[in-house]
Design a protein around this ligand. Sequence first.
Ligand code: NAG
Ligand code: NAG
Length: 330
Amino acid sequence: MASSLFFSFLLLLASLLLFSRGAVSSFPNLTTLSFEEGYTQLFGDSNLMLHRDGRAVHLSLDERTGAGFASQDLYLHGFFSANIKLPSDYAAGVVVAFYMSNGDVFEKTHDELDFEFLGNIRGKEWRVQTNIYGNGSTSIGREERYGLWFDPTEDFHKYSILWSHDRIIFYIDNVPIREVVRTEAMGGQFPSKPMSLYATIWDGSNWATSGGRYKINYKYAPYIAEFADLTLHGCAVDPMDHTPTCNNLAADLYSTITVSADQRMAMERFRKKYMTYSYCYDRVRYSVPLPECSTGLEARQFQESGEARFMDRRHRHGKRHRRAPANSVI
Ligand SMILES: *[C@@H]1O[C@H](CO)[C@@H](O)[C@H](O)[C@H]1NC(C)=O
Ligand SMILES: *[C@@H]1O[C@H](CO)[C@@H](O)[C@H](O)[C@H]1NC(C)=O
Protein backbone atom coordinates (compact mmCIF):
# COMPACT_ATOMS: atom_id res chain seq x y z
CA MET A 1 0.00 0.00 0.00
CA ALA A 2 2.66 2.43 1.09
CA SER A 3 4.76 1.56 -1.90
CA SER A 4 1.87 2.06 -4.30
CA LEU A 5 1.21 5.45 -2.72
CA PHE A 6 4.86 6.28 -3.16
CA PHE A 7 4.62 5.15 -6.75
CA SER A 8 1.67 7.41 -7.47
CA PHE A 9 3.52 10.26 -5.81
CA LEU A 10 6.43 9.58 -8.14
CA LEU A 11 4.11 9.61 -11.10
CA LEU A 12 2.54 12.86 -10.03
CA LEU A 13 5.95 14.39 -9.57
CA ALA A 14 6.97 13.06 -12.94
CA SER A 15 3.94 14.55 -14.64
CA LEU A 16 4.67 17.92 -13.07
CA LEU A 17 8.28 17.81 -14.19
CA LEU A 18 7.70 16.30 -17.57
CA PHE A 19 6.39 19.36 -19.31
CA SER A 20 7.77 22.26 -17.38
CA ARG A 21 10.12 23.77 -19.91
CA GLY A 22 13.57 22.31 -19.99
CA ALA A 23 12.83 19.94 -17.14
CA VAL A 24 12.12 16.90 -19.23
CA SER A 25 15.46 15.36 -18.29
CA SER A 26 14.52 15.43 -14.60
CA PHE A 27 11.97 12.70 -15.25
CA PRO A 28 13.76 9.59 -13.99
CA ASN A 29 12.52 7.21 -16.66
CA LEU A 30 12.65 9.56 -19.59
CA THR A 31 15.78 7.80 -20.69
CA THR A 32 16.78 7.54 -24.28
CA LEU A 33 17.24 4.03 -25.60
CA SER A 34 20.15 3.27 -27.85
CA PHE A 35 19.27 2.11 -31.33
CA GLU A 36 19.88 -1.58 -30.56
CA GLU A 37 17.76 -1.41 -27.42
CA GLY A 38 14.67 0.18 -28.87
CA TYR A 39 14.64 0.30 -32.67
CA THR A 40 15.01 -1.67 -35.83
CA GLN A 41 16.02 -0.64 -39.35
CA LEU A 42 13.24 -0.73 -41.93
CA PHE A 43 15.00 0.04 -45.21
CA GLY A 44 17.96 1.84 -46.74
CA ASP A 45 20.86 -0.55 -45.82
CA SER A 46 23.99 1.63 -45.50
CA ASN A 47 21.95 4.84 -45.72
CA LEU A 48 21.20 4.33 -42.04
CA MET A 49 24.31 5.09 -39.97
CA LEU A 50 24.67 4.92 -36.20
CA HIS A 51 26.79 7.41 -34.30
CA ARG A 52 27.65 8.06 -30.67
CA ASP A 53 27.26 4.41 -29.62
CA GLY A 54 23.86 4.16 -31.21
CA ARG A 55 22.49 7.31 -29.53
CA ALA A 56 22.38 9.18 -32.83
CA VAL A 57 21.11 7.99 -36.19
CA HIS A 58 21.78 9.49 -39.60
CA LEU A 59 19.29 8.72 -42.34
CA SER A 60 20.36 9.64 -45.85
CA LEU A 61 18.68 9.86 -49.22
CA ASP A 62 20.49 9.48 -52.54
CA GLU A 63 19.56 8.29 -56.06
CA ARG A 64 19.59 4.73 -54.78
CA THR A 65 17.36 4.84 -51.71
CA GLY A 66 16.11 6.66 -48.67
CA ALA A 67 16.22 5.08 -45.21
CA GLY A 68 14.07 4.49 -42.17
CA PHE A 69 13.70 2.83 -38.80
CA ALA A 70 10.94 2.00 -36.32
CA SER A 71 10.57 1.18 -32.65
CA GLN A 72 10.65 -2.51 -31.80
CA ASP A 73 7.58 -2.18 -29.61
CA LEU A 74 4.05 -0.94 -30.16
CA TYR A 75 2.75 1.58 -27.63
CA LEU A 76 -0.72 2.50 -26.49
CA HIS A 77 -0.32 6.19 -25.52
CA GLY A 78 2.84 7.91 -24.40
CA PHE A 79 5.35 10.66 -25.02
CA PHE A 80 7.58 10.31 -28.08
CA SER A 81 10.35 12.67 -28.94
CA ALA A 82 13.55 13.22 -30.93
CA ASN A 83 16.10 15.91 -31.53
CA ILE A 84 16.28 16.34 -35.28
CA LYS A 85 18.56 18.26 -37.61
CA LEU A 86 17.43 18.54 -41.22
CA PRO A 87 19.53 18.54 -44.41
CA SER A 88 20.64 22.03 -45.36
CA ASP A 89 20.92 24.07 -48.53
CA TYR A 90 18.65 22.82 -51.33
CA ALA A 91 16.29 20.04 -50.20
CA ALA A 92 13.21 20.44 -52.40
CA GLY A 93 11.24 17.21 -52.68
CA VAL A 94 12.97 15.70 -49.66
CA VAL A 95 10.58 14.41 -46.99
CA VAL A 96 11.77 13.71 -43.49
CA ALA A 97 9.08 12.09 -41.34
CA PHE A 98 8.90 11.43 -37.63
CA TYR A 99 5.64 9.69 -36.83
CA MET A 100 3.58 7.07 -35.07
CA SER A 101 1.69 4.49 -37.10
CA ASN A 102 0.25 0.99 -37.01
CA GLY A 103 -0.18 0.62 -40.78
CA ASP A 104 1.77 -2.64 -40.74
CA VAL A 105 -0.58 -4.21 -38.20
CA PHE A 106 -3.96 -2.75 -39.14
CA GLU A 107 -3.85 -2.35 -42.91
CA LYS A 108 -7.40 -1.12 -43.46
CA THR A 109 -8.02 0.61 -40.14
CA HIS A 110 -4.68 2.16 -39.30
CA ASP A 111 -3.95 5.12 -37.03
CA GLU A 112 -1.24 7.71 -37.54
CA LEU A 113 0.27 10.84 -35.94
CA ASP A 114 2.76 12.73 -38.11
CA PHE A 115 5.48 15.30 -38.11
CA GLU A 116 6.46 15.71 -41.77
CA PHE A 117 9.22 18.03 -42.95
CA LEU A 118 8.49 19.02 -46.52
CA GLY A 119 11.79 20.19 -48.00
CA ASN A 120 12.84 23.68 -48.98
CA ILE A 121 14.30 25.56 -51.91
CA ARG A 122 17.44 27.56 -51.35
CA GLY A 123 16.85 30.71 -49.34
CA LYS A 124 13.34 29.63 -48.29
CA GLU A 125 12.30 28.06 -45.07
CA TRP A 126 11.39 24.45 -44.52
CA ARG A 127 7.70 23.77 -43.99
CA VAL A 128 6.56 21.43 -41.27
CA GLN A 129 3.28 19.56 -41.38
CA THR A 130 1.40 17.69 -38.68
CA ASN A 131 -1.38 15.27 -39.48
CA ILE A 132 -3.66 12.73 -37.83
CA TYR A 133 -5.44 9.66 -39.15
CA GLY A 134 -7.63 7.33 -37.14
CA ASN A 135 -9.12 3.93 -37.98
CA GLY A 136 -8.21 4.13 -41.66
CA SER A 137 -9.54 7.66 -42.26
CA THR A 138 -6.97 8.24 -45.00
CA SER A 139 -9.44 10.15 -47.16
CA ILE A 140 -9.88 12.68 -44.35
CA GLY A 141 -6.64 14.62 -43.95
CA ARG A 142 -6.19 16.74 -40.84
CA GLU A 143 -3.12 18.62 -42.04
CA GLU A 144 -1.71 21.76 -40.54
CA ARG A 145 1.44 23.43 -41.92
CA TYR A 146 3.81 25.82 -40.22
CA GLY A 147 6.94 27.85 -40.67
CA LEU A 148 9.47 27.80 -37.82
CA TRP A 149 11.07 30.49 -35.70
CA PHE A 150 14.53 29.00 -36.31
CA ASP A 151 16.45 27.36 -39.12
CA PRO A 152 15.94 23.60 -38.58
CA THR A 153 19.04 22.77 -40.64
CA GLU A 154 21.46 24.72 -38.46
CA ASP A 155 20.99 22.84 -35.23
CA PHE A 156 19.06 20.10 -33.45
CA HIS A 157 15.54 20.93 -32.29
CA LYS A 158 13.19 18.81 -30.30
CA TYR A 159 9.97 17.51 -31.89
CA SER A 160 7.58 15.65 -29.59
CA ILE A 161 4.20 13.95 -29.65
CA LEU A 162 2.07 13.36 -26.59
CA TRP A 163 -0.76 10.90 -27.17
CA SER A 164 -3.15 10.03 -24.37
CA HIS A 165 -6.64 8.63 -24.23
CA ASP A 166 -8.05 12.15 -24.29
CA ARG A 167 -5.74 14.34 -26.30
CA ILE A 168 -2.89 14.69 -28.75
CA ILE A 169 -0.31 17.44 -28.35
CA PHE A 170 2.48 18.21 -30.82
CA TYR A 171 5.45 20.17 -29.42
CA ILE A 172 8.47 21.86 -30.91
CA ASP A 173 11.22 22.63 -28.39
CA ASN A 174 8.65 21.98 -25.63
CA VAL A 175 6.25 24.63 -27.00
CA PRO A 176 2.89 23.04 -27.80
CA ILE A 177 1.99 23.91 -31.39
CA ARG A 178 -1.18 21.85 -31.82
CA GLU A 179 -3.64 20.24 -29.46
CA VAL A 180 -6.46 17.92 -30.48
CA VAL A 181 -8.89 17.05 -27.72
CA ARG A 182 -10.87 13.89 -28.30
CA THR A 183 -14.53 14.55 -29.05
CA GLU A 184 -17.23 11.95 -29.25
CA ALA A 185 -18.02 13.02 -32.80
CA MET A 186 -14.49 12.11 -33.92
CA GLY A 187 -15.26 8.50 -33.02
CA GLY A 188 -12.64 6.09 -34.36
CA GLN A 189 -10.88 8.94 -36.16
CA PHE A 190 -9.10 9.70 -32.89
CA PRO A 191 -6.15 7.24 -32.91
CA SER A 192 -6.93 4.52 -30.41
CA LYS A 193 -4.90 1.42 -31.28
CA PRO A 194 -1.23 0.74 -30.37
CA MET A 195 1.31 2.37 -32.69
CA SER A 196 5.06 2.19 -33.34
CA LEU A 197 7.37 5.16 -33.68
CA TYR A 198 8.97 5.71 -37.11
CA ALA A 199 11.59 7.95 -38.69
CA THR A 200 12.18 8.02 -42.44
CA ILE A 201 13.67 10.06 -45.26
CA TRP A 202 12.36 9.62 -48.81
CA ASP A 203 11.82 11.23 -52.21
CA GLY A 204 8.51 13.09 -52.13
CA SER A 205 9.13 15.07 -55.31
CA ASN A 206 5.60 14.82 -56.64
CA TRP A 207 4.03 16.11 -53.44
CA ALA A 208 6.23 17.69 -50.81
CA THR A 209 7.57 21.11 -51.71
CA SER A 210 4.91 23.63 -52.78
CA GLY A 211 2.63 20.74 -53.67
CA GLY A 212 5.23 19.10 -55.94
CA ARG A 213 6.31 22.21 -57.89
CA TYR A 214 9.93 21.76 -56.79
CA LYS A 215 11.47 18.32 -57.33
CA ILE A 216 14.48 16.63 -55.86
CA ASN A 217 17.86 17.41 -57.41
CA TYR A 218 20.30 14.56 -56.74
CA LYS A 219 23.19 16.86 -57.57
CA TYR A 220 22.91 17.88 -53.91
CA ALA A 221 22.69 14.30 -52.54
CA PRO A 222 23.20 12.71 -50.14
CA TYR A 223 20.56 14.46 -48.07
CA ILE A 224 21.20 13.61 -44.43
CA ALA A 225 18.70 13.94 -41.57
CA GLU A 226 20.17 13.49 -38.09
CA PHE A 227 18.20 12.06 -35.17
CA ALA A 228 19.40 12.08 -31.56
CA ASP A 229 18.01 11.60 -28.05
CA LEU A 230 15.17 9.41 -29.24
CA THR A 231 12.70 9.16 -26.40
CA LEU A 232 10.03 6.51 -26.04
CA HIS A 233 8.00 6.91 -22.91
CA GLY A 234 4.97 4.87 -23.67
CA CYS A 235 2.79 2.11 -22.48
CA ALA A 236 4.21 -0.84 -24.42
CA VAL A 237 1.76 -3.53 -25.42
CA ASP A 238 2.10 -7.24 -25.89
CA PRO A 239 2.96 -7.76 -29.57
CA MET A 240 0.55 -10.68 -29.92
CA ASP A 241 -2.67 -9.61 -28.24
CA HIS A 242 -1.94 -5.87 -27.88
CA THR A 243 -2.84 -5.78 -24.19
CA PRO A 244 -0.92 -3.12 -22.25
CA THR A 245 2.07 -4.36 -20.26
CA CYS A 246 2.23 -1.20 -18.15
CA ASN A 247 0.02 -0.67 -15.11
CA ASN A 248 -2.97 1.67 -15.01
CA LEU A 249 -1.12 4.32 -13.08
CA ALA A 250 1.46 4.67 -15.79
CA ALA A 251 -1.28 4.76 -18.42
CA ASP A 252 -3.12 7.46 -16.48
CA LEU A 253 0.02 9.58 -16.32
CA TYR A 254 -0.35 10.61 -19.95
CA SER A 255 -3.91 11.76 -19.36
CA THR A 256 -2.75 14.14 -16.62
CA ILE A 257 -0.65 16.08 -19.11
CA THR A 258 -2.48 19.10 -20.45
CA VAL A 259 -1.56 22.50 -21.86
CA SER A 260 -0.99 25.03 -19.06
CA ALA A 261 -2.23 28.62 -19.35
CA ASP A 262 1.28 29.87 -20.17
CA GLN A 263 1.82 27.14 -22.70
CA ARG A 264 -1.53 27.95 -24.29
CA MET A 265 -0.48 31.55 -24.79
CA ALA A 266 2.78 30.43 -26.39
CA MET A 267 0.82 28.03 -28.61
CA GLU A 268 -1.54 30.78 -29.71
CA ARG A 269 1.37 33.11 -30.45
CA PHE A 270 3.05 30.40 -32.47
CA ARG A 271 -0.06 29.58 -34.47
CA LYS A 272 -0.85 33.20 -35.19
CA LYS A 273 2.61 33.91 -36.49
CA TYR A 274 3.72 30.67 -38.11
CA MET A 275 0.75 28.51 -39.08
CA THR A 276 0.38 28.77 -42.85
CA TYR A 277 -2.45 26.26 -43.42
CA SER A 278 -5.10 24.45 -41.43
CA TYR A 279 -7.65 21.89 -42.60
CA CYS A 280 -10.04 23.38 -40.05
CA TYR A 281 -10.47 26.52 -42.15
CA ASP A 282 -10.31 24.91 -45.60
CA ARG A 283 -13.88 25.31 -46.87
CA VAL A 284 -12.91 24.05 -50.31
CA ARG A 285 -12.12 20.62 -48.89
CA TYR A 286 -14.53 20.53 -45.97
CA SER A 287 -17.63 22.67 -46.44
CA VAL A 288 -18.51 21.79 -42.86
CA PRO A 289 -15.54 21.87 -40.44
CA LEU A 290 -14.59 18.52 -38.92
CA PRO A 291 -16.01 17.99 -35.43
CA GLU A 292 -12.86 18.77 -33.43
CA CYS A 293 -12.34 22.13 -35.17
CA SER A 294 -13.04 25.18 -33.08
CA THR A 295 -14.75 28.17 -34.59
CA GLY A 296 -12.86 30.56 -32.31
CA LEU A 297 -10.89 33.71 -33.02
CA GLU A 298 -8.19 31.85 -34.86
CA ALA A 299 -10.53 31.31 -37.84
CA ARG A 300 -10.34 35.01 -38.78
CA GLN A 301 -6.69 34.64 -39.72
CA PHE A 302 -7.47 32.18 -42.52
CA GLN A 303 -8.85 32.34 -46.02
CA GLU A 304 -11.40 29.94 -47.46
CA SER A 305 -8.60 27.86 -48.92
CA GLY A 306 -7.32 27.21 -45.41
CA GLU A 307 -4.22 29.32 -46.13
CA ALA A 308 -3.23 31.99 -43.65
CA ARG A 309 -4.17 35.53 -44.59
CA PHE A 310 -0.59 36.64 -44.01
CA MET A 311 0.39 34.30 -46.85
CA ASP A 312 -1.87 36.33 -49.11
CA ARG A 313 -0.30 39.60 -47.97
CA ARG A 314 3.10 38.13 -48.58
CA HIS A 315 2.25 37.28 -52.17
CA ARG A 316 0.71 40.66 -52.92
CA HIS A 317 3.59 42.72 -51.65
CA GLY A 318 6.27 40.24 -52.66
CA LYS A 319 7.51 40.45 -49.09
CA ARG A 320 9.05 37.56 -47.27
CA HIS A 321 8.08 36.68 -43.79
CA ARG A 322 10.90 37.74 -41.48
CA ARG A 323 12.28 35.03 -39.31
CA ALA A 324 12.73 35.85 -35.67
CA PRO A 325 16.12 35.11 -34.10
CA ALA A 326 16.34 31.47 -33.06
CA ASN A 327 16.37 32.23 -29.37
CA SER A 328 13.41 34.59 -29.32
CA VAL A 329 10.55 33.41 -27.21
CA ILE A 330 7.58 33.05 -29.49
C1 NAG B 1 11.23 3.50 -13.74
O1 NAG B 1 11.64 2.27 -14.29
C2 NAG B 1 11.94 1.27 -13.32
C3 NAG B 1 12.48 0.06 -14.04
O2 NAG B 1 11.76 -0.22 -15.20
C4 NAG B 1 10.68 0.97 -12.46
O3 NAG B 1 10.97 0.02 -11.48
C5 NAG B 1 10.20 2.26 -11.82
O4 NAG B 1 9.01 2.03 -11.11
C6 NAG B 1 9.98 3.35 -12.88
N1 NAG B 1 9.63 4.60 -12.22
C7 NAG B 1 8.66 5.40 -12.68
C8 NAG B 1 8.46 6.66 -11.93
O5 NAG B 1 7.96 5.12 -13.64
C1 NAG C 1 -13.16 1.25 -37.38
O1 NAG C 1 -13.44 0.87 -38.71
C2 NAG C 1 -14.01 -0.43 -38.81
C3 NAG C 1 -14.08 -0.81 -40.27
O2 NAG C 1 -14.51 0.27 -41.07
C4 NAG C 1 -15.36 -0.44 -38.09
O3 NAG C 1 -15.93 -1.72 -38.18
C5 NAG C 1 -15.14 -0.05 -36.63
O4 NAG C 1 -16.37 0.05 -35.96
C6 NAG C 1 -14.41 1.27 -36.53
N1 NAG C 1 -14.05 1.51 -35.14
C7 NAG C 1 -14.37 2.64 -34.52
C8 NAG C 1 -13.91 2.76 -33.11
O5 NAG C 1 -14.98 3.54 -35.05
